[in-house]
Design a protein. Structure first.
Length: 226
């Protein structure tokens, strides 16, 4: 169910645990102002806190394709992503073994006029396609970058059915997909599993979120008791 307050709209998506936040934008002759993350509003919507440990920013040319990336759970890497400039199609894929929405793909259009924010829980895979030069993606992450637990799987995996060329074509002109060497060589989901590596487990992800929720609740109780 969509929840509304005076700060933002929180909308669940077709993937369990993934939310789209629609902030309230305050505009006048000077420009605009909005809150793209507020801790208490996030807790009200999800039931657990988001505790950022790192803030990242990428700038991409039109046609750039990044992902799909994910991290082992634990430690996992939840994300809040938004696009302050340019135009991006954000892509989330549920690769959590045992998830009721396993294999589902969610697309969210991000651009400055809406200031949408996407929340990605631990265990899902993330990527995006840039439809404009200078597209900026800003994101908060719940853990710092660790190459030992970071993985990539192919955004062109037929099992996902992501029409990369079709998405890039929305940029117009003769723009072609631009991938890093790492992303271009990434294995499919089946190849990743066949290599002996394990996809994130849905129960492990839920347990991690429950630990966050319980730890946050205990900390609040202790503060209240002082």
């Amino acid at each position: 169910m969509t929840q509304r307050d005076d700060r933002a709209t929180f909308r669940p998506t077709g993937i369990e645990g993934v939310h789209v936040f629609e902030p309230i934008i305050h505009g006048d002759d000077r420009g605009s102002f909005h809150e793209w993350f507020k801790a208490d509003a996030f807790i009200d919507a999800t039931g657990f806190p988001f505790l950022p440990e790192q803030a990242n920013m990428s700038v991409s040319a039109a046609g750039v394709v990044r992902g799909l990336h994910f991290a082992d759970v634990p430690p996992g890497q939840a994300k809040l992503v938004t696009c302050p400039a340019g135009h991006i199609i954000d892509i989330v894929v549920d690769i959590r073994r045992g998830s009721p929405t396993f294999g589902r793909v969610e697309y969210v259009e991000l651009e400055p006029s809406t200031r949408r924010v996407v929340h990605l829980p631990v265990g899902v895979a993330h990527g995006f396609v840039s439809l404009a030069d200078g597209s900026v993606l800003t994101y908060l992450t719940s853990s710092g970058y660790d190459p030992e637990v970071e993985h990539a799987i192919s955004i062109r995996d037929p099992e996902f059915g992501i029409d990369v060329n079709g998405l890039v074509a929305r940029a117009g002109g003769d723009v072609a997909p631009i991938l890093s060497d790492r992303d271009a060589a990434a294995p499919t989901m089946a190849e990743f599993g066949a290599s002996g590596s394990a996809l994130p487990d849905h129960d492990d992800c839920r347990q991690f979120e429950n630990q966050l929720r319980d730890g946050w609740a205990i900390a609040n109780e202790e503060v209240g008791a002082e």
